[in-house]
Each structure stands twice: as C-alpha cells, then as structure tokens.
Design a protein around this ligand. Structure first.
Ligand SMILES: Nc1nc2c(ncn2[C@@H]2O[C@H](COP(=O)(O)OP(=O)(O)OP(=O)(O)O)[C@@H](O)[C@H]2O)c(=O)[nH]1
Ligand SMILES: [Mg+2]
Length: 196
C-alpha cells in the first residue's frame, strides 16, 4: 500500500489533482481510496467517483493534523483492513503541515510500503503567499517529494519563468514540475517523479 498526500494551501487545486491521479491509477487497475479532510471548493461526489472505481471517505469537523489526528490514524487502519487498497490518496486541509501528517502515518501502524508527499502550489499565489505567509508557505512545501506548480493553463510563459526563479531562490532543493490539474498537462510527469 502506498499513501500519497496532496498538500497545499487553500484552493491550490488539491481535490482536482487528487481525483485526476485517482482516476488514472484506477484505470491502470489499482485499487484506490481517497480520504478528504473537509470538503473545500471542489467537492468529492462519492457516488460519481464510486462509478469510476474510486472509494471516497471524508473526515470532517476538525483538522486531521491536530484535533482529529486519532481519527486519521483509525481511518487509515480501517481502510487498510476493510479495503486493502493499493493506493490511498490523502487531502489534508489547506492549513495542515505535511510533516505532521507524515509522522501520524508513521505512528498509525498501517505500515505503508511507501509514503509520498506532493506540495501543490497555485502559481498565481506564489508572490502573495511569500509576502504574507512566508514561513508557513515554506514549511508546507519544503520537504515534499515533488513541488507541483499548478494552474499553468492560465498563466503566460514569462510570468511562469519569473515564478519559477522566485521559487528556486526560496527552495533551491525542490523538485518542481509545471502542471494543470484542470487539463491534465504535466500530471503524468508528476506521477513519474513520485517514483511509485
Ligand atoms: N485554471 C485552473 N484552475 C484550476 C486548476 N486546478 C484547480 N483549479 C480551480 O481552482 C479552484 C480550487 O480547486 P480545488 O481542487 O477545490 O482546490 P483545493 O486545493 O482542493 O481547495 P480547498 O480544498 O478548498 O483548499 C477550483 O475552482 C478549480 O476548478 C488548474 O490547473 N487550472
Ligand atoms: Mg479540496
């Protein structure tokens, strides 16, 4: 079992990306379970997704990295026991810290063969996030396996190059990839970078 965490600030495109990756993996014959903490802007329609082979679970009324950390761990154990999926896709809220979630996974006794973290960044908001919530932004993306710069379908090349230069200065070790969760551009490359 592999657990893939899709982390990133509010509205960065986590749900859109997670559903896209989930469908692609399900089409390849993998058994996929999606766990969402609080449904945000784009919702998850359990019935629709079930028809596409994706089982979805929602953990609400609290944050899985703090007040509901026990619930997250119980849910992971239950999902493993009941469904034994190949892949769990996990979407924390936009205010969660991926490292906290990963340490909760490590102590939940589900023993995944692999845990991967994608940090999803809305390309339009990089300057704003660095200006206003710099430390939080860096903590949220710095240890991810891949940094995905999202929404490149609606941003020009010059602006994108500027944003990439800014990110490289702040996070010189990040493995960055351009994607559009909406159109699917770059998503295959992102999955390849995860080495799963
Ligand atoms: N143009 C464009 N819009 C996108 C892309 N990915 C997501 N969006 C839009 O961005 C908004 C937020 O997408 P979500 O998938 O809900 O993002 P999220 O990170 O799950 O949001 P929260 O759960 O509310 O934090 C929606 O209006 C999406 O349609 C993209 O690649 N390109
Ligand atoms: Mg969401």
């Amino acid at each position: 079992m592999i657990i893939i965490q899709i982390a990133g600030f509010l509205g960065s495109g986590k749900t859109t990306l997670m559903i896209r990756i989930g469908k692609a993996m399900s089409e390849k014959g993998k058994k996929v379970v999606i766990i969402v903490n609080e449904v945000g802007e784009v919702g998850v329609d359990g019935d629709v997704l079930a028809q596409q082979g994706l089982r979805t679970l929602e953990i609400s009324e609290g944050c899985i990295c703090c007040s509901l950390s026990g619930t997250l761990q119980n849910t992971l154990r239950k999902v493993k026991q009941e469904y034994s999926p190949d892949i769990i896709l996990l979407e924390p809220t936009g205010l969660a810290l991926p490292n906290r979630i990963n340490s909760l996974i490590r102590t939940s006794m589900v023993e995944p063969e692999m845990t991967r973290t994608v940090a999803l960044v809305d390309a339009f908001r990089v300057d704003d996030l660095l200006a206003n919530t710099r430390q939080f932004f860096i903590r949220q993306v710095e240890h991810a396996d891949v940094l995905a710069l999202n929404k490149v379908d609606v941003i020009g090349e010059d602006r994108l190059l500027d944003i990439e230069r800014t990110l490289e200065e702040v996070l010189p070790d990040a493995k960055a990839v351009r994607i559009s969760a909406k159109t699917g551009e770059g998503v295959e490359a992102l999955v390849r970078l995860l080495n799963i």
